[in-house]
Ligand binder design. Sequence first.
Ligand SMILES: Cc1cc2nc3c(=O)[nH]c(=O)nc-3n(C[C@H](O)[C@H](O)[C@H](O)COP(=O)(O)O)c2cc1C
Length: 202
Amino acid sequence: MKKNIPSYYNNIDLILDEIWILLQRGVIDRNEDFRLPVVIVNSNGNADGRIVVLRGAFKDKNILRFHTDRRSPKVSFLKENKKIYFVFYNKKRKIQVRAEGISTIHYKNDITLQAWKNTQMISRKCYLSPQIPGDLINESASDLSKEMGENLPTLENSEVGYENFCVIESKIKSFEWLYLASQGHRRAKFNLDNNTKTWLVP
Ligand SMILES: Cc1cc2nc3c(=O)[nH]c(=O)nc-3n(C[C@H](O)[C@H](O)[C@H](O)COP(=O)(O)O)c2cc1C
């Protein structure tokens, strides 16, 4: 039986739009695989990756956004070296996207204020730890008080988390696309700075 071949399979002009559709879906749809990219930064000369939640994908500005604790090691690394790298994979569609960018750390400005207002209690809870993320502790423990446990903070109690909240915006310079298909994979690269694109050997 002949498998369905997507329209972008042999048409590079359709791929960039498809990338942004998946990214924007990732921001709003919890079930979209692109919601949870791996983010890689340079940590003192070593590569260092982790998963984050994609919180913004702005096609008009080529910007991706995620939220984090400004005390976390990745923020220190990004202060040293703004280069950032994202890897996304949609299992059902068999699409991998790699994105190379330059990051900006937003802290206590209009962007963070707006983002914080829209941050749900379950997420605000992540910013309430008095301890610094990644610090050593002597026994297995959460970073939250025992009283907090599974409870959510009140709106008032959550506000202190804003002190630790920051938004990382990344201006994407290039995307690399890989589509896996039994009839032959497809790979393409998009340079967003000079608006060029090319097929690559998969
Ligand atoms: C599903 C999932 C979603 C996550 N989302 C975020 C996030 O949006 N922001 C964040 O800073 N960490 C997030 N984390 C935790 C990071 O992967 C990482 O463990 C943490 O940020 C510490 O990273 P660092 O020590 O490199 O700074 C998430 C982890 C998982 C498993």
